[in-house]
Design a binder for this molecule. Structure first.
Ligand SMILES: NC(=O)C1=CN([C@@H]2O[C@H](COP(=O)(O)OP(=O)(O)OC[C@H]3O[C@@H](n4cnc5c(N)ncnc54)[C@H](OP(=O)(O)O)[C@@H]3O)[C@@H](O)[C@H]2O)C=CC1
Length: 270
Protein backbone atom coordinates (compact mmCIF):
# COMPACT_ATOMS: atom_id res chain seq x y z
CA UNK A 1 0.00 0.00 0.00
CA UNK A 2 1.74 3.12 -1.21
CA UNK A 3 0.53 6.68 -1.68
CA UNK A 4 0.71 7.56 -5.33
CA UNK A 5 -0.10 10.42 -7.57
CA UNK A 6 -0.69 8.53 -10.76
CA UNK A 7 -2.08 5.25 -11.96
CA UNK A 8 0.03 2.24 -12.84
CA UNK A 9 0.81 2.20 -16.56
CA UNK A 10 -1.74 0.16 -18.40
CA UNK A 11 -4.38 0.15 -15.64
CA UNK A 12 -6.10 3.33 -16.77
CA UNK A 13 -9.34 2.70 -18.60
CA UNK A 14 -10.95 5.19 -20.97
CA UNK A 15 -12.42 7.50 -18.41
CA UNK A 16 -15.14 10.10 -18.34
CA UNK A 17 -14.18 13.73 -18.07
CA UNK A 18 -17.43 14.61 -16.34
CA UNK A 19 -18.18 14.21 -12.66
CA UNK A 20 -21.48 14.20 -10.83
CA UNK A 21 -21.94 14.95 -7.13
CA UNK A 22 -24.97 13.90 -5.12
CA UNK A 23 -24.78 15.97 -1.93
CA UNK A 24 -23.39 19.47 -2.30
CA UNK A 25 -21.92 20.34 1.09
CA UNK A 26 -18.49 20.86 2.63
CA UNK A 27 -16.57 18.00 1.09
CA UNK A 28 -18.11 18.36 -2.36
CA UNK A 29 -17.24 22.07 -2.31
CA UNK A 30 -13.61 21.19 -1.51
CA UNK A 31 -13.30 18.57 -4.28
CA UNK A 32 -15.05 20.74 -6.87
CA UNK A 33 -12.84 23.72 -6.04
CA UNK A 34 -9.77 21.50 -6.45
CA UNK A 35 -11.05 20.16 -9.78
CA UNK A 36 -12.01 23.58 -11.09
CA UNK A 37 -8.92 25.64 -10.39
CA UNK A 38 -7.01 23.94 -13.19
CA UNK A 39 -7.97 26.45 -15.88
CA UNK A 40 -8.72 24.88 -19.25
CA UNK A 41 -8.22 21.35 -17.93
CA UNK A 42 -11.16 21.59 -15.53
CA UNK A 43 -13.65 18.75 -16.12
CA UNK A 44 -17.39 19.31 -16.39
CA UNK A 45 -19.03 19.02 -12.96
CA UNK A 46 -22.73 18.43 -12.28
CA UNK A 47 -24.11 19.08 -8.80
CA UNK A 48 -27.29 17.92 -7.08
CA UNK A 49 -29.74 20.71 -6.26
CA UNK A 50 -29.76 20.31 -2.44
CA UNK A 51 -27.21 22.46 -0.64
CA UNK A 52 -28.43 25.34 -2.79
CA UNK A 53 -26.09 28.05 -1.45
CA UNK A 54 -22.93 25.94 -1.90
CA UNK A 55 -23.97 24.84 -5.39
CA UNK A 56 -24.82 28.37 -6.52
CA UNK A 57 -21.54 29.70 -5.19
CA UNK A 58 -19.55 27.00 -7.01
CA UNK A 59 -21.48 27.53 -10.26
CA UNK A 60 -20.94 31.31 -10.01
CA UNK A 61 -17.20 30.86 -9.48
CA UNK A 62 -16.44 28.14 -11.99
CA UNK A 63 -17.73 27.94 -15.62
CA UNK A 64 -17.33 24.13 -15.70
CA UNK A 65 -19.84 23.67 -12.85
CA UNK A 66 -23.61 23.35 -13.29
CA UNK A 67 -26.34 22.71 -10.73
CA UNK A 68 -28.83 20.09 -11.94
CA UNK A 69 -32.59 20.10 -11.42
CA UNK A 70 -32.62 16.73 -9.63
CA UNK A 71 -30.32 14.02 -8.28
CA UNK A 72 -31.32 11.80 -11.22
CA UNK A 73 -30.25 14.50 -13.67
CA UNK A 74 -26.76 14.29 -12.12
CA UNK A 75 -26.69 10.58 -13.08
CA UNK A 76 -27.88 11.40 -16.61
CA UNK A 77 -25.02 13.92 -16.99
CA UNK A 78 -22.02 11.96 -15.72
CA UNK A 79 -20.83 8.40 -15.20
CA UNK A 80 -18.51 8.99 -12.23
CA UNK A 81 -20.82 9.87 -9.35
CA UNK A 82 -19.54 11.05 -5.99
CA UNK A 83 -21.96 10.38 -3.13
CA UNK A 84 -21.44 12.98 -0.40
CA UNK A 85 -24.53 13.03 1.78
CA UNK A 86 -24.58 12.31 5.51
CA UNK A 87 -24.50 8.62 6.36
CA UNK A 88 -28.11 8.23 7.62
CA UNK A 89 -29.39 9.58 4.29
CA UNK A 90 -27.31 7.37 1.99
CA UNK A 91 -29.80 4.54 1.64
CA UNK A 92 -32.86 6.67 0.84
CA UNK A 93 -30.92 8.93 -1.53
CA UNK A 94 -29.57 5.93 -3.49
CA UNK A 95 -32.93 4.15 -3.46
CA UNK A 96 -34.51 7.02 -5.37
CA UNK A 97 -31.89 6.90 -8.14
CA UNK A 98 -31.75 4.74 -11.27
CA UNK A 99 -28.16 3.68 -11.85
CA UNK A 100 -26.90 2.16 -15.08
CA UNK A 101 -24.18 -0.52 -15.25
CA UNK A 102 -21.66 1.98 -16.63
CA UNK A 103 -21.93 4.25 -13.58
CA UNK A 104 -19.10 4.29 -11.06
CA UNK A 105 -20.22 5.22 -7.56
CA UNK A 106 -17.52 6.93 -5.49
CA UNK A 107 -18.85 7.06 -1.96
CA UNK A 108 -17.38 9.59 0.47
CA UNK A 109 -19.86 8.50 3.12
CA UNK A 110 -18.13 7.29 6.27
CA UNK A 111 -19.35 4.07 7.87
CA UNK A 112 -21.39 2.57 5.03
CA UNK A 113 -19.90 -0.69 3.81
CA UNK A 114 -19.30 -1.36 0.14
CA UNK A 115 -21.53 -4.43 0.19
CA UNK A 116 -24.51 -2.23 1.16
CA UNK A 117 -23.65 0.43 -1.42
CA UNK A 118 -23.47 -2.23 -4.15
CA UNK A 119 -26.91 -3.40 -3.12
CA UNK A 120 -28.42 0.08 -3.02
CA UNK A 121 -26.80 1.27 -6.28
CA UNK A 122 -27.45 -1.87 -8.37
CA UNK A 123 -26.98 -2.55 -11.25
CA UNK A 124 -23.70 -0.67 -11.09
CA UNK A 125 -20.93 -3.05 -10.05
CA UNK A 126 -18.26 -0.38 -9.64
CA UNK A 127 -18.54 1.04 -6.14
CA UNK A 128 -15.49 2.63 -4.53
CA UNK A 129 -15.26 3.84 -0.95
CA UNK A 130 -13.18 7.00 -0.59
CA UNK A 131 -11.96 9.31 2.16
CA UNK A 132 -11.37 12.69 0.52
CA UNK A 133 -9.91 15.42 2.72
CA UNK A 134 -10.92 19.10 2.79
CA UNK A 135 -7.42 19.85 1.45
CA UNK A 136 -8.77 18.72 -1.94
CA UNK A 137 -9.67 22.40 -2.40
CA UNK A 138 -5.93 23.13 -2.73
CA UNK A 139 -5.15 19.96 -4.67
CA UNK A 140 -3.61 18.45 -1.52
CA UNK A 141 -5.94 15.61 -0.50
CA UNK A 142 -4.26 12.24 -0.12
CA UNK A 143 -7.47 10.30 -0.66
CA UNK A 144 -7.68 6.78 0.71
CA UNK A 145 -9.88 4.61 -1.52
CA UNK A 146 -10.93 0.98 -1.79
CA UNK A 147 -10.92 -0.91 -4.06
CA UNK A 148 -8.59 0.38 -6.74
CA UNK A 149 -10.47 1.84 -9.68
CA UNK A 150 -9.25 3.80 -12.70
CA UNK A 151 -12.07 6.36 -12.64
CA UNK A 152 -11.60 7.00 -8.91
CA UNK A 153 -7.85 7.39 -9.41
CA UNK A 154 -8.45 9.81 -12.24
CA UNK A 155 -10.63 12.04 -10.07
CA UNK A 156 -8.62 11.93 -6.86
CA UNK A 157 -5.23 12.20 -8.58
CA UNK A 158 -6.50 15.56 -9.84
CA UNK A 159 -7.00 16.84 -6.27
CA UNK A 160 -3.91 15.43 -4.58
CA UNK A 161 -3.29 11.70 -4.96
CA UNK A 162 -4.53 8.35 -3.74
CA UNK A 163 -3.62 5.70 -1.22
CA UNK A 164 -5.14 2.27 -1.82
CA UNK A 165 -5.21 -0.24 1.05
CA UNK A 166 -5.54 -3.95 0.32
CA UNK A 167 -8.70 -4.43 2.39
CA UNK A 168 -11.87 -2.52 3.20
CA UNK A 169 -11.18 -2.99 6.94
CA UNK A 170 -7.98 -0.98 6.52
CA UNK A 171 -9.90 1.84 4.83
CA UNK A 172 -12.17 1.86 7.89
CA UNK A 173 -9.15 2.28 10.17
CA UNK A 174 -8.03 5.26 8.06
CA UNK A 175 -11.55 6.62 8.32
CA UNK A 176 -11.39 6.35 12.12
CA UNK A 177 -8.05 8.20 12.08
CA UNK A 178 -9.75 11.15 10.34
CA UNK A 179 -12.05 11.46 13.37
CA UNK A 180 -9.13 12.97 15.28
CA UNK A 181 -9.03 16.36 13.51
CA UNK A 182 -11.46 18.23 15.77
CA UNK A 183 -9.87 16.81 18.94
CA UNK A 184 -6.46 17.89 17.67
CA UNK A 185 -7.71 21.42 17.11
CA UNK A 186 -9.37 21.32 20.53
CA UNK A 187 -5.98 20.40 22.05
CA UNK A 188 -4.45 23.43 20.30
CA UNK A 189 -7.38 25.50 21.58
CA UNK A 190 -6.54 24.39 25.13
CA UNK A 191 -2.97 25.61 24.72
CA UNK A 192 -4.19 28.97 23.35
CA UNK A 193 -6.69 29.50 26.14
CA UNK A 194 -4.08 28.51 28.74
CA UNK A 195 -1.82 31.21 27.25
CA UNK A 196 -4.69 33.71 27.46
CA UNK A 197 -5.16 32.76 31.13
CA UNK A 198 -1.54 33.75 31.61
CA UNK A 199 -1.79 37.28 30.31
CA UNK A 200 -1.58 36.90 26.51
CA UNK A 201 -4.26 38.66 24.49
CA UNK A 202 -6.68 35.93 23.27
CA UNK A 203 -6.26 36.70 19.55
CA UNK A 204 -2.47 36.88 19.89
CA UNK A 205 -2.49 33.54 21.73
CA UNK A 206 -4.53 31.92 18.95
CA UNK A 207 -2.30 33.43 16.25
CA UNK A 208 0.82 32.24 18.06
CA UNK A 209 -0.46 28.68 18.41
CA UNK A 210 -1.61 28.65 14.77
CA UNK A 211 1.83 29.87 13.68
CA UNK A 212 3.80 27.36 15.77
CA UNK A 213 1.70 24.34 14.82
CA UNK A 214 1.30 25.49 11.20
CA UNK A 215 5.10 25.49 10.93
CA UNK A 216 5.29 22.14 12.70
CA UNK A 217 2.74 20.81 10.19
CA UNK A 218 4.98 21.93 7.34
CA UNK A 219 7.95 20.11 8.92
CA UNK A 220 5.73 17.07 9.37
CA UNK A 221 4.59 17.02 5.76
CA UNK A 222 8.23 17.16 4.57
CA UNK A 223 9.40 14.53 7.08
CA UNK A 224 9.94 11.00 5.79
CA UNK A 225 11.07 9.07 8.87
CA UNK A 226 9.11 7.94 11.92
CA UNK A 227 7.08 10.33 14.04
CA UNK A 228 9.24 9.34 17.01
CA UNK A 229 12.29 10.66 15.13
CA UNK A 230 10.59 14.00 14.53
CA UNK A 231 9.45 14.14 18.16
CA UNK A 232 13.06 13.44 19.14
CA UNK A 233 14.18 16.55 17.23
CA UNK A 234 11.91 18.60 19.48
CA UNK A 235 12.99 16.87 22.69
CA UNK A 236 16.02 17.93 24.70
CA UNK A 237 16.85 15.21 27.24
CA UNK A 238 15.68 16.51 30.62
CA UNK A 239 14.01 19.49 28.88
CA UNK A 240 10.48 20.86 29.01
CA UNK A 241 9.13 19.05 25.89
CA UNK A 242 10.24 15.76 27.37
CA UNK A 243 8.60 16.67 30.70
CA UNK A 244 5.21 17.53 29.16
CA UNK A 245 5.17 14.42 26.96
CA UNK A 246 6.00 12.23 29.96
CA UNK A 247 3.30 13.93 32.06
CA UNK A 248 0.64 13.31 29.39
CA UNK A 249 1.74 9.70 28.95
CA UNK A 250 1.64 9.13 32.71
CA UNK A 251 -1.87 10.62 32.77
CA UNK A 252 -2.94 8.04 30.18
CA UNK A 253 -3.50 10.33 27.18
CA UNK A 254 -2.16 7.87 24.51
CA UNK A 255 -4.31 5.09 25.97
CA UNK A 256 -7.38 7.36 25.98
CA UNK A 257 -6.77 8.24 22.31
CA UNK A 258 -6.46 4.55 21.37
CA UNK A 259 -9.64 3.63 23.26
CA UNK A 260 -11.57 6.50 21.61
CA UNK A 261 -10.31 5.37 18.15
CA UNK A 262 -11.40 1.80 18.94
CA UNK A 263 -14.90 3.09 19.71
CA UNK A 264 -14.98 5.04 16.43
CA UNK A 265 -14.00 1.89 14.54
CA UNK A 266 -16.79 -0.08 16.21
CA UNK A 267 -19.24 2.66 15.18
CA UNK A 268 -17.93 2.71 11.60
CA UNK A 269 -18.36 -1.07 11.33
CA UNK A 270 -21.90 -1.25 12.77
N1 LIG B 1 -16.57 17.25 5.53
C1 LIG B 1 -15.51 16.44 5.37
O1 LIG B 1 -14.35 16.86 5.58
C2 LIG B 1 -15.67 15.02 4.90
C3 LIG B 1 -16.92 14.45 4.78
N2 LIG B 1 -17.04 13.15 4.36
C4 LIG B 1 -18.35 12.52 4.23
O2 LIG B 1 -19.06 13.18 3.20
C5 LIG B 1 -20.45 13.23 3.49
C6 LIG B 1 -20.90 14.66 3.42
O3 LIG B 1 -20.20 15.41 4.39
P1 LIG B 1 -20.24 17.01 4.38
O4 LIG B 1 -19.99 17.51 3.01
O5 LIG B 1 -19.36 17.44 5.49
O6 LIG B 1 -21.77 17.23 4.80
P2 LIG B 1 -22.70 18.51 4.54
O7 LIG B 1 -23.77 18.43 5.55
O8 LIG B 1 -21.86 19.75 4.45
O9 LIG B 1 -23.30 18.23 3.10
C7 LIG B 1 -24.26 17.26 2.86
C8 LIG B 1 -25.11 17.76 1.73
O10 LIG B 1 -26.06 16.76 1.41
C9 LIG B 1 -27.22 17.45 0.99
N3 LIG B 1 -28.40 16.59 0.98
C10 LIG B 1 -29.24 16.29 2.00
N4 LIG B 1 -30.23 15.50 1.56
C11 LIG B 1 -30.00 15.29 0.24
C12 LIG B 1 -30.68 14.56 -0.78
N5 LIG B 1 -31.79 13.87 -0.53
N6 LIG B 1 -30.18 14.58 -2.02
C13 LIG B 1 -29.04 15.27 -2.32
N7 LIG B 1 -28.36 15.98 -1.39
C14 LIG B 1 -28.84 15.98 -0.13
C15 LIG B 1 -27.34 18.57 1.98
O11 LIG B 1 -28.21 19.56 1.46
P3 LIG B 1 -28.96 20.61 2.44
O12 LIG B 1 -27.88 21.54 2.91
O13 LIG B 1 -29.96 21.24 1.56
O14 LIG B 1 -29.54 19.78 3.56
C16 LIG B 1 -25.88 19.03 2.04
O15 LIG B 1 -25.61 19.99 1.06
C17 LIG B 1 -20.64 12.61 4.88
O16 LIG B 1 -21.12 11.29 4.75
C18 LIG B 1 -19.24 12.61 5.47
O17 LIG B 1 -19.01 11.47 6.30
C19 LIG B 1 -15.95 12.41 3.97
C20 LIG B 1 -14.71 12.94 4.04
C21 LIG B 1 -14.44 14.28 4.56
Amino acid sequence: MQPSSSSEPGTRQPSPTTYGFVGTGEITAAIVEGLSTRGDEAPAVFLSPRGRAVGRELADRFPNVRVCGSNQEVLESATSIVLAVRAPLAREVLAELSFRPEHVLLSAVAGVRRERLLDWAAPTGRVVRTIPLPQAARGQSLTVMYPDDAAARELFDRVGGVLVPDEEETLEAFSAATATFAAHLDYLGTIASWLADHGVDHDAATAYVAHVFGQLGQSLSRHTGSLATLAGKHTTPGGINEQLMSDLRRDGVPGAVRRALDRILVRLRE
